[in-house]
Design a protein around this ligand. Structure first.
Ligand code: DHB
Ligand code: FE
Length: 290
């Protein structure tokens, strides 16, 4: 049986990827950001899963505004890093896990969540920056990510976006799907994007550190209650792009305690920093204790 052993949460600011790709990680500005991921990279090495189920959002890169699936699961064998305007990031192709992805699609769709099935997709900073933060830049002689990844894209760009409540329930269905897969796999589920930021309009540059930290507290201790928060609260308090945080509820919903199968997860790591580019960076690692 496959099992979800941990969840990871992190922002996906594109400038973080650029800092890595351009060799700026030792500059004092960026050092402060990357210091929060030193623990995480060691943790990834010691707890490398068999598969990462990576919840992210596409930024009108793969889907454009012509076609906007609310929830889309990647069932492909591989995914190329997207060209976001400056050429693709110099990071490895993402290897998928079509068998597990197809099983999750089958199970979750039969539980009444209408997923879009995606057999071909390029992946933008929403997916590659979290991988870079958690895994570092793979060495030339072994240029690959440490494990296969199932990309799961959520529309948080074009209104209407899914509610936190729906995302939390979807996470619970994903857990059931993983646990009914007949192979002995360790799976991590990642929720990415956020934290507070607004890139457009009169409030561009908005950061709300007290709200972000309260979100982290509630995500850890009472995600059920947090999942009831309406989308307008995210936008008012965390900025128009702060709505990306609903994706964190998918990962949190997949943890054992929510299913009544275990105690609250262990907080292996917590980090918060302002700023990275225009954005607050938040990061958590939660482990299911056996
Ligand atoms: C930026 C873009 C993002 O998608 C995000 O989540 C945060 C910041 C940016 O362009 O700075
Ligand atoms: Fe984003």
């Amino acid at each position: 049986m496959a099992r979800i052993t941990a969840s990871v949460y992190t922002s996906h600011v594109p400038a973080i990827g650029a800092a890595m790709d351009l060799g700026k990680t030792q500059e004092p500005y960026w050092q402060k950001v990357f210091s929060g991921y030193e623990f995480s990279r060691a943790w990834m090495k010691n707890h490398t899963p068999d598969v990462v189920f990576l919840v992210f959002n596409d930024h009108a890169t793969a889907f454009s505004l012509e076609m906007i699936p609310t929830f889309a699961i990647g069932t492909a064998a591989s995914y190329a890093p997207a060209d976001e305007g400056w050429g693709p990031r110099p990071v490895p192709t993402v290897i998928g896990h079509p068998e597990l992805a197809s099983h999750i699609a089958q199970s979750v769709i039969q539980e009444d969540f209408d997923l879009t099935i995606v057999n071909k997709m390029d992946v933008d900073h929403g997916l590659t920056v979290p991988l870079s933060l958690m895994c570092g830049q793979p060495p030339k002689e072994n240029f690959r990510w440490p494990c296969p990844v199932i990309p799961f894209a959520v529309n948080v760009v074009q209104y209407p976006v899914p509610s936190g409540r729906r995302c939390f329930a979807l996470g619970q269905a994903i857990r059931r799907a993983v646990e009914s897969f007949d192979q002995d796999l360790h799976v991590h589920i990642w929720g990415t994007g956020g934290m507070s930021h607004q890139l457009q309009g009169a409030r561009a540059g908005l950061i709300n550190a007290p709200w972000d930290n309260a979100f982290l507290d509630r995500l850890i201790a009472d995600p059920q209650d947090l999942s009831q928060m309406p989308h307008i609260d995210y936008v008012r308090e965390a900025g128009s792009e702060g709505i990306e945080l609903v994706m964190w509820l998918i990962a949190r919903g997949a943890m054992a305690d929510v299913a009544g199968q275990g105690p609250a997860p262990r907080v292996a790591h917590r980090f918060y920093h302002v700023p990275a580019s225009n954005t607050a960076v938040g990061h958590l690692i939660l482990e299911n204790t056996p």
